[in-house]
Design a protein around this ligand. Structure first.
Ligand SMILES: *[C@@H]1O[C@H](CO)[C@@H](O)[C@H](O)[C@H]1NC(C)=O
Ligand SMILES: *[C@@H]1O[C@H](CO)[C@@H](O)[C@H](O)[C@H]1NC(C)=O
Ligand SMILES: *[C@@H]1O[C@H](CO)[C@@H](O)[C@H](O)[C@H]1NC(C)=O
Ligand SMILES: *[C@@H]1O[C@H](CO)[C@@H](O)[C@H](O)[C@H]1NC(C)=O
Ligand SMILES: *[C@@H]1O[C@H](CO)[C@@H](O)[C@H](O)[C@H]1NC(C)=O
Ligand SMILES: *[C@@H]1O[C@H](CO)[C@@H](O)[C@H](O)[C@H]1NC(C)=O
Ligand SMILES: *[C@@H]1O[C@H](CO)[C@@H](O)[C@H](O)[C@H]1NC(C)=O
Ligand SMILES: *[C@@H]1O[C@H](CO)[C@@H](O)[C@H](O)[C@H]1NC(C)=O
Ligand SMILES: *[C@@H]1O[C@H](CO)[C@@H](O)[C@H](O)[C@H]1NC(C)=O
Ligand SMILES: *[C@@H]1O[C@H](CO)[C@@H](O)[C@H](O)[C@H]1NC(C)=O
Length: 710
């Protein structure tokens, strides 16, 4: 037993093992899926069409697989089939219709793997001719008839269209291949009816040909509405009117008849009743149109009539005179009905009422005197209970111009265009402005827009002219003149000159100096004084005269230099003078001191010469006298020797005093006595400031420089 069990378990084991091995071999691949249409892709209707789905599956071993096929039409599954066989799948479309048209696709799924065929398009051509049918052909007005339209042998989604000749009556959408519709006819006589249909065939619909034609006759019923108006002619406004609406003949009454009386331009009926109705009213001009309508089930019949109503008096017209008026001025308003039916009404029987801004003003025979104000007027003419209102007349009284303001908009520069502006703050447009100069009319401007100003271009061409301008504003008879605007032209500056006080040749240290800048042109003038080379002016000042001075109260040698001035006025043209050179001379006391020193030196030299002369005589006479001189410094000996040689020291000074070139002045000194020259040079070293002054002067190579060195 145990042995048997062991054997069985071994067998089972090997079986499972072999099973595992087998499942490992169940590998496969879908090689291709193809969908074809038989007999062709494009077929006439009624053909038996077959869609064939063919799949090629490759396996390692030959073993059965569960294949699931789905056939799609435009992504909608239309056929599903599961099989273990490798045969082709067939999807039949017996007697194909247009509704079978579309794109088809076949999809095969095996154990999670799937594959789709290429889509393929089936095209079935042709649809059947529709059949049209009516349930009765002989009709009377108001009757309804059932029409049937069918598409024999077709399937799909349909649209059926019913026609009376070329006029579409109705349409029905359905999945059935036949449709019914209730038709009724609004006109009598013959009607030729037909239908056609369409079958949905995405994306377009296929349209059938037209059906057979069916003729119906619609006969009139003897019954009809009758409208009567009394009176019918010579109706005047205000006359009473009686309108009646009834059905004839009244003998053959069958069914539920109703009558409605209505008036054009009025959506509510005037009256209604069974078989007949009546209405009373007062006639109003100019035309009344009535309608009498009867209804009997689906039948509706009507009769219309016009009544011409003669006007008793025409709509009044409101006019004003004068046509233009200023505020609070008297104004006449006239209200009048042009036409009065004299055979019915006397003019005197008409009364007029005037109202303004919806409040009553007065009544009368049509002429009203009022005060002009901004108001809306209407008048009403009244007679025999009839009232007629005129159109609204809006009175816009004018506002008189206010005193105009005159001003210049730009600077009145001589010879240049500038503008004079005139403006009245209030006043109805248009306003005319006239510009006068000394009572002479110059120009005119008409202002038509609010906030526009009258702009007059003016040129003053001579500096002597004085413009006296006035502006006159007027709007409809009223004139008012502005104040006078006096204008003197601004003369641009010219001929600037810079002069000095004292005179240029007379400026010396310690004195005062005035730099006077003068121009031609209109004051006020702004002057600026410049020292050449400086960016900043020395001074800026404004004067109401065409000249101005700048004062240097105490002149020093530092003030020497080139100066010029600038000036400008309202004309904004800047002018610049030529520059002048100012040479500051030495102060008189310095000159005097130099001359004093010179004189002293000459005196010393003279004394020295005298002493030498005397001593030389003494040497010759008595050599012992030398002891007096031997106390002097050894250097002094040289001086002695030289001085003995020098014969004419006075001559040298005389020459130097005369102004001449530095070279010329120095030459004789070198020739004469170097000693004297060097001594004088040393003496000028005395005041340190003085030396700087001299050298700065000599830098300028001025002819006086050499003189001042001494
Ligand atoms: C289509 O198939 C039907 C039977 O399913 C057959 O009666 C008919 O004759 C076939 N039509 C054509 C055109 O072969
Ligand atoms: C078909 O196979 C594709 C991959 O090849 C997969 O993405 C898809 O989900 C499958 N469809 C079905 C319905 O199994
Ligand atoms: C319709 O009326 C005409 C004449 O009135 C008559 O000849 C015809 O027979 C009628 N047809 C039917 C269907 O009643
Ligand atoms: C009534 O008057 C209107 C407008 O003048 C006109 O169109 C219409 O034909 C008239 N109707 C009748 C019934 O005279
Ligand atoms: C009358 O009405 C008009 C506009 O409707 C208005 O401009 C005007 O000021 C009113 N006049 C008076 C006096 O109320
Ligand atoms: C007139 O106009 C000038 C310039 O617009 C203005 O400065 C002046 O105030 C005005 N005068 C009056 C009385 O309105
Ligand atoms: C008007 O003219 C005067 C000189 O008459 C001038 O000072 C003023 O600047 C001018 N006004 C304007 C707005 O240019
Ligand atoms: C006219 O000017 C005034 C003030 O400058 C302004 O308030 C007003 O809107 C202007 N009107 C028009 C029509 O430009
Ligand atoms: C204004 O009148 C004066 C005096 O008659 C005249 O000299 C001047 O040319 C006039 N100016 C203009 C711009 O008309
Ligand atoms: C301008 O001139 C006036 C009067 O001559 C003088 O008092 C004033 O100091 C000057 N101004 C300047 C900035 O020089």
């Amino acid at each position: 037993m145990g042995l048997l069990l062991l054997l069985a378990s071994t067998l089972l084991c090997s079986c499972i093992q072999s099973g595992i091995v087998a499942s490992q071999d169940r590998s496969f691949t879908i090689s291709s899926v193809t969908l074809t249409i038989e007999p062709r892709n494009e077929v006439p209707r009624n053909t038996n069409v077959t869609l064939r789905c063919q799949a090629k599956v490759l396996t390692k071993d030959n073993f059965p697989l569960t294949r699931k096929y789905i056939i799609y039409k435009e992504d909608r599954a239309v056929h599903t089939e599961t099989t273990e066989s490798s045969d082709d799948i067939l999807y039949r479309l017996p007697e194909a219709r247009v509704s079978n048209n579309g794109k088809y696709r076949c999809k095969l799924t095996i154990e999670g793997k799937n594959m789709s065929s290429q889509p393929i398009k089936l095209e079935v051509t042709g649809v059947s001719k529709p059949i049209f049918h009516l349930n009765k052909n002989n009709l009377t007005e108001g009757d309804r008839v059932t029409a049937t339209c069918s598409a024999p042998g077709e399937s799909g989604v349909f649209g059926f269209y019913f026609y009376d000749d070329s006029v579409e009556l109705t349409d029905v959408q359905t999945r059935s291949n036949s449709a019914q519709s209730m038709l009724h006819f609004s006109t009598l006589g013959l009607h030729r009816l037909h239908c056609f249909y369409t079958v949905d065939n995405m994306p377009l619909a296929v349209k059938s040909e037209e059906s057979n034609k069916v003729t119906v006759t619609v006969r009139e019923l003897s019954i009809r509405p009758v409208l009567e108006i009394s009176p019918e002619n010579n109706v005047y406004e205000g006359d009473p009117l009686i309108i009646s609406c009834r059905v004839e003949p009244s003998e053959h009454i069958f069914g539920n008849i109703e009558v409605y009386l209505s008036q054009d331009g009025n959506s509510r009926w005037l009256s209604m009743g069974k078989m007949d109705t009546e209405y009373s009213m007062t006639a109003t001009s100019p035309l009344l149109t009535f309608e009498c309508m009867m209804t009997l089930e689906n039948l509706k019949k009507s009769e219309r009539k016009n009544v011409t109503v003669i006007e008793l008096f025409s709509t009044p017209i409101l006019t004003m005179s004068p046509a233009e008026v200023f505020q609070k001025e008297p104004l006449t308003l006239t209200c009048k009905s042009e036409i009065v039916a004299s055979e019915k009404l006397k003019r005197a029987d008409l009364s007029y009422h005037l109202s303004s801004n919806e409040s009553f003003v007065s009544s009368g025979s049509g002429v009203f005197h009022v005060t002009a104000l901004e108001k809306d007027y209407t008048c009403i003419a009244q007679a025999r209970g009839i009232r007629k209102a005129s159109k609204t007349l809006t009175v816009h009284p004018k506002v008189a111009v206010s005193l105009p303001n005159i001003s210049n908009q730009s600077k009145p520069i001589l010879g240049q265009l500038f503008y004079i502006v005139c403006r009245s703050d209030v006043g109805s447009l248009p306003i005319t402005y006239i510009l006068y100069n000394h009572s002479t009319k110059l120009d005119t401007r008409v202002i038509r827009l609010p906030n526009q100003t009258a702009l007059f271009p003016v040129v003053i061409s001579s500096a002597k002219e004085q413009g006296r301008y006035k502006c006159e504003a007027q709007n409809g008879g009223r004139r008012i003149q502005s104040e006078e605007l006096v204008i003197n032209a601004i003369v641009p500056l010219s001929s600037p000159t810079l002069t000095t006080v004292p005179d240029l040749s007379d400026i010396s240290e310690g004195g005062h100096l005035n730099l006077i800048c003068a121009v031609n042109g209109s004051p006020p003038v702004t002057f600026k004084w410049f020292r050449e080379g400086d960016l900043q002016p020395l001074s800026t000042n404004t004067s109401t005269n065409p000249f101005k001075d700048y004062e240097i109260p105490v002149v020093s040698n530092q003030h020497s230099g080139s100066y010029y001035c600038e000036a400008y006025n309202q004309a904004d043209n800047k002018v610049e003078s030529k520059s002048i050179y100012i040479n500051v001379r030495m102060a008189p006391w310095k000159k005097a001191m130099i001359w004093g020193i010179v004189f002293l030196v000459i005196l010393l030299v003279l004394i020295a010469s005298c002493v030498l002369l005397y001593r030389s005589k003494r040497v010759r006479v008595n050599r012992s006298a030398v002891s007096v001189w031997s106390e002097r410094k050894p250097e002094a000996d040289n001086e002695e020797d030289h001085s003995t040689v020098s014969n004419e020291p006075d001559v040298e000074y005389t020459e130097v005093v005369h102004p001449r070139s530095a070279e010329a002045a120095r030459a004789p000194l070198r020739i004469g006595t170097d000693t004297v020259y060097s001594e004088l040079q040393n003496s000028t070293h005395g005041p340190p400031g003085g030396h700087d002054y001299v050298s700065s002067i000599s830098d300028r190579a001025h002819p006086l420089a050499s003189l001042i060195r001494f």
